[in-house]
Design a binder for this molecule. Structure first.
Ligand code: MN
Length: 251
C-alpha cells in the first residue's frame, strides 16, 4: 500500500480528479486541511473512498485571519480522529503573529487532550523547541507527527524522546541537511508524505502518488529496495493506528 501522510487534496486545481485517482490506485492518503471551515467540503471530495481520511486543521500561517474558526474546530473535533495541519510557525514572516498562534495552538492541544488524543500532523517551522514544550504539557494528546521537520539535531533528539513521529517529504529530501536528519530518525516512527500541491519536484506540482519517489529516495539513504521501504512504512502505519487506539479505522 502506498501512503501519503500529508496532502492538501482540496488545494489542487482539480481536487475531485486527484482524489479519484488516489482511490483508483488504492492509496492511503491523509488529506489535511488548513481551516475548520474547509473540513466538511474536503471530506465530501472523498466520499466512499475508504482509504482517504480527512483531518481537521487550522494552519499556523492562517491563524491571524482564521482564529475565530476555533469554535468550529472544537465543534468538529469529536468527529475527527485525525488532526492537521496545526502547529506553530516561528519563521520571520509569521513571527509577528506568534503569540496569537501560540494561544490558538494551546487551545487546540487542550481540546485534543480532553478528547483523549488524536493522530496529529504538525507544522513546526522555526518553532520546534516551543512546539515540543507545548506538547509536553499534556498527557493524552495522542500521537504527534512532525511533518517536514526542519529543526536541529538537538531538537530532533528531543522530539524523538518526546515520542514524536516524522513524515518525510520532497522538501527534506532535496537538501543535504534534511537527508542528514533523516539518518538520525528512528525508522520505525517514520512515514512518507508529499505536502502537495505546495511541494515541488523538479519544478512540477507534486501528486500524492509521487510519494513513491520519496520512498525510492529513502531507500537510497537506508540502503533498502523500494519494496523494503514500502513494507516498512506500511508496518509503521499499522503500528501508528494501533498505538493511537483507533483500530476500528484501520485498513
Ligand atoms: Mn502542508
Amino acid at each position: 500500500m502506498i501512503i501519503d501522510m500529508h496532502s492538501h487534496l482540496d488545494l489542487y486545481p482539480n481536487p475531485h480528479q486527484i482524489a479519484k485517482e488516489c482511490n483508483d490506485r488504492g492509496m492511503y492518503v491523509l488529506s489535511v486541511t488548513t481551516t475548520p471551515k474547509a473540513w466538511r467540503g474536503t471530506q465530501d471530495l472523498v466520499k466512499g473512498y475508504k482509504r482517504i481520511r480527512t483531518s481537521l486543521g487550522l494552519h499556523p500561517q492562517l491563524v491571524h485571519e482564521r482564529f475565530e474558526e476555533i469554535e468550529l474546530f472544537d465543534h468538529l473535533l469529536p468527529k475527527s480522529p485525525y488532526i492537521g495541519e496545526i502547529g506553530l510557525d516561528g519563521t520571520k514572516h509569521y513571527q509577528p503573529n506568534f503569540q496569537q498562534q501560540l494561544k490558538v495552538f494551546r487551545h487546540i492541544l487542550k481540546s485534543i487532550n480532553s478528547h483523549g488524543g488524536r493522530i496529529m500532523s504538525l507544522h513546526s517551522a522555526g518553532a520546534t523547541n516551543v512546539l515540543l514544550s507545548e506538547l509536553a504539557n499534556h498527557k493524552s494528546i495522542g500521537i504527534p507527527i512532525l511533518h517536514w521537520f526542519s529543526g536541529s539535531k538537538v531538537e530532533l533528539k528531543k522530539a524523538i524522546d518526546r515520542g514524536c513521529w516524522f513524515s518525510i517529504g520532497p522538501a527534506m529530501l532535496a537538501t543535504r541537511r534534511g537527508k542528514e536528519l533523516i539518518k538520525h530518525m528512528p525508522q520505525n516512527r517514520l512515514l512518507a508524505e508529499t505536502d502537495g500541491p505546495f511541494a515541488r519536484m523538479k519544478q512540477e506540482m507534486v501528486m500524492p502518488w509521487d510519494v513513491n519517489i520519496v520512498c525510492k529516495q529513502l531507500g537510497r539513504i537506508w540502503g533498502y529496495s523500494l519494496k523494503e521501504v514500502v513494507n516498512l512504512l506500511d508496518s509503521n502505519f499499522s503500528g501508528l493506528i494501533s498505538q493511537a487506539g483507533i483500530s476500528s479505522l484501520s485498513l
